[in-house]
Every structure is written in structure tokens, then in C-alpha cells.
Design a binder for this molecule. Sequence first.
Ligand SMILES: Nc1ncnc2c1ncn2[C@@H]1O[C@H](COP(=O)(O)OP(=O)(O)OP(=O)(O)O)[C@@H](O)[C@H]1O
Length: 226
Amino acid sequence: MRELIIESLSKKYGDVRVLENLNLRYRSGTINGIIGKNGAGKSTLFNCIARNTPYRGKIERKNIESIGMLSANPYMFPRITGYEFIRFCLSAKNRRENRQKMLQLNRLFELPLDKYAENYSTGMLKKLHLLALFLQENDLLLLDEPFNGLDIQSSAYLSEILKQMKHSDSLILVSSHDISHLLRISGTLTTLENGSAYFRTESLSDIEKEFQREAEERVKNLFSIT
Ligand SMILES: Nc1ncnc2c1ncn2[C@@H]1O[C@H](COP(=O)(O)OP(=O)(O)OP(=O)(O)O)[C@@H](O)[C@H]1O
């Protein structure tokens, strides 16, 4: 079993405090969803876990040697083919190429792997990053907005792939604004709010209703003032 134990995690950018004394625990065998408003600190949390940025506190990564992270807006070299990018990602992690697995996965994503990345659409680029991450077989996967930009069918494939991966002892954290999608696949759901984090236990319909109610009230009030 792999485990991520976060204790007293705090993160500031200059004087701006983003995460304040977070205590969280995640295990493999389930998908862990993360939600929060824009700017709540989801990407920052992932960057701390991936050691991309300094932080205060302790993050214990039990049985986790390799970490794969999909950024919300990942960079891509323009003059590299999809296939070359995958090979580059595999060699960066010292992994052997499994051509059969690559072709099998790409039957779902349908990427033109022999074409330069500059010819890819936004969703295709995201799928290329995801494909490379899946082939790397990391112990911990941090996916920041993986559904953003994917078409409906690809989102469904991604959900099913993640559901399969949770059985292979990968520890998976997924941040998303697409709450219905996230709740359909997640075993745990964490909300980040005002620097703090807490686990949610309500049902999908209750959480959706809460957001809807708040939106209706605030917009109605706004329009009644103007
Ligand atoms: N490198 C940085 N330097 C300074 N401030 C930053 C930096 N990265 C993020 N921030 C700030 O930290 C806060 C949290 O940002 P973060 O990107 O983690 O939020 P998020 O929850 O991922 O947001 P979104 O849902 O919009 O992607 C924001 O106020 C943002 O402006």
C-alpha cells in the first residue's frame, strides 16, 4: 500500500498565505478528488507534494518513489512528435518502452503520434501528457484538471482508466472543477478553502445542490440591488 501523509503543511508566496497547517492522509486503492474555488491552492498543494516548490511542514511519501504530475497548463515542445515525447518521458523515468500498451491506450485517445505537437489541439495535448504519464507507471499520480479540454468520450475513457489504475496500487489525486465527473470516480473528496482543507462526506446531489443554492441566492441578490 502507498500512502501520503501530510502534516502541518503551510505554503506562502511572499506574504500571501495559500495553505495553512494542512493535515491530510491519502492511500492507494481509491481515487482522491480535490475541489476548491479558483485560487484555493489545489495546484500549490500538488506542487508541494511533487517537491516542485518549497513548503513548511512534513509530507511523508510511503512506498512512493516515482511521482507523475499533470499540470493544469502543461508545457509542450512544438517540434517534437507525440511518439518522441512519450519516449522522452519514458527515458526521463528510466522506463522501457511498451509499444503494445502505448498502442492499446492510444486506441482510446486516437492521437496522431507521428505528427508534431504543434499540430495538436488543446485536448490532444492533454491526452498526450496523460498517455505519457500512464505509460510511466508512477507510484503517485497528481492530475491537475485532467478533464479540462477533453471531449466527452475521452473524459469517459479517462475516468475508466483511472478506475482501473486504482486497483494497481497507484495513489491517485485528481483536482477538478467538474464535480459530477469527479464524484463519480472518487472514493474521497477534499475541499480546499481559505487555506484549510477538509474531507467531504455528502453525496454528489447534496454537494451540487449546495453550490446551486449559493449561486442562485448570490446572483438573485446582486440583480435585486442593481
Ligand atoms: N508562483 C506563484 N507565485 C505567487 N503566487 C502564486 C504562485 N502560484 C500560485 N500563486 C497564488 O497562490 C494562490 C493559489 O493558486 P493555485 O494555482 O494553487 O490555485 P488553484 O486552486 O489551483 O486555482 P485554479 O482552480 O484557478 O487553478 C493564488 O492566489 C495564486 O495567485
